[in-house]
Write a new protein. Structure first.
Length: 406
């Protein structure tokens, strides 16, 4: 690879990273406030978690579609469509007038936010197998950086009453960040799908790439493994606000700091740690390590006696999700044919999205009916199963798969 090509690749990757960061700031602003916003409309703890489920349902249903579409019309147009849709969803969220409207708007927001498979496909299009986990991790790290800034901004703005609502200003600010991300995407991101690949994808009949992925034993295993970390982490993430309020007496400010800490860990681990770890021990071992770390962090949360232990548990959880998500996406991208990479990664996002649906739904029921600590115990048990499941991956590294390099 020539030096000029490496520079072009780096520019494209970093442009996408910057755009994802700006767009994710808006998501970070909204997330810590959403349970309290739902309670404003009379939502019970179970309904609060179902509001989150409506978002992830939109992600799960539309993730495969956006990936499939990006194979046919290109990555950049799909990113522009989805960022525009996210902007509109934040505006509608700011002016929601009922719990039913909140459900609909969050579903729309999830559908528009289901573009990470497209972003990952764009990165996979232009990077070598041995660099792919690192770059996908850094892309995810950009989202984590938005998670650092977003909750802090949301916590500050939530105290400002505008138009009779403490939520209006944060949500309109989130829309503003999406508008900035849209401008950045138009200016900075370049297309990575060639006309030949688009034509090849258009010739393919129906959704054959998905059937092929499910028919292959290793891609099928990877898809099922992609379900597990979001299943556990999303369930915990949704109930943390309710759990910390009851167990520790925390309010929006303390939870904002906690979410910001998780985002900071996400950024540091994805940007600095995950890539070198993948090169050192390989993606398979990194997935096993990630599942063990996520399980340990989840189990530590209800056993903590001091706030600093909660922060240590959050670090372990973020290490686990970071290791699993980047490695699984890298392996799946390497197995996929370049002409159907977006669709296959979109299918992976659907499995992950299904985990984000089932996890919060189960966590909310368990939280309300069995006990506030039990969602953590269920999550730890699920990660023990994933540790064993990860050992059935036959390759140690993505570069061993032998798919075409860009």
């Amino acid at each position: 690879m020539t030096a000029s090509r490496r520079i072009r690749i780096a520019k494209t990757v970093y442009a996408l990273i910057f755009t994802v960061f700006v767009d994710t700031v808006g998501f970070g602003i909204v997330l810590p406030l959403l349970p309290l916003y739902a309670q404003k409309f009379g939502a019970s703890p179970e309904l609060v978690t179902l509001v989150a489920v409506s978002f992830t349902l939109g992600q799960a249903l539309f993730g495969p579609f956006w990936g499939w579409l990006s194979d046919r019309i290109g990555r950049k147009p799909v990113l522009l469509i989805t960022i525009t849709g996210t902007l509109c969803a934040y505006v509608l969220l700011a002016f929601s007038t009922s719990l039913a409207m909140l459900f609909v708007v969050r579903f729309l927001g999830g559908a528009m936010a289901a573009n990470m498979s497209v972003a990952n496909a764009l990165v996979a299009d232009i990077t070598r197998a041995e660099d792919r986990t690192r770059n996908i991790a850094r892309l995810s790290g950009a989202a984590g950086l938005g998670f650092v800034a977003g909750p802090a901004i949301g916590g500050l703005l939530a105290g400002v009453d505008v138009g009779g609502s403490a939520f209006l200003l944060p949500y309109l600010t989130a829309a503003l960040f999406s508008a900035v991300a849209l401008v950045l995407a138009v200016i900075l991101i370049r297309e990575t799908v060639s006309p030949e690949q688009k034509n090849q994808a258009r010739v393919a009949r129906g959704f054959g790439a998905w059937k092929a992925a499910l028919a292959h034993s290793q891609t099928r295993l990877l898809l099922f493994l992609m379900f597990a970390p979001p299943f556990v982490f999303a369930g915990i993430e949704v109930i943390i606000v309710l759990w910390s309020e009851r167990a520790w007496g925390w309010g929006p400010q303390q939870n904002g700091y906690f979410y910001a800490w998780m985002g900071a860990c996400h950024v540091a681990l994805q940007w600095i740690v995950i890539g070198p770890l993948a090169r050192w021990i390989g993606e398979r071992a990194l997935i096993t390590l990630g599942a063990a770390s996520l399980g340990a962090g989840v189990l530590l949360m209800p056993l903590a006696s001091y706030p600093i232990v909660l922060y240590a548990a959050a670090f372990l959880m973020i290490l686990g999700t970071s290791a699993c998500n980047a490695s699984l996406s890298s392996l799946l991208a390497q197995y996929a044919d370049p002409a159907s990479r977006g669709g296959v990664l979109g299918l992976g996002q659907a499995f992950a999205g299904s985990g984000r649906i089932a996890g919060p739904a189960l966590a909310g029921v368990v939280f309300a009916s069995i006990g506030i600590d039990w969602p953590f115990f269920f999550g730890a048990a699920a990660m023990i199963l994933m540790v064993f499941g990860s050992r059935f991956i036959v390759v140690r590294r993505a570069s061993e798969i032998g798919a075409q390099n860009p």
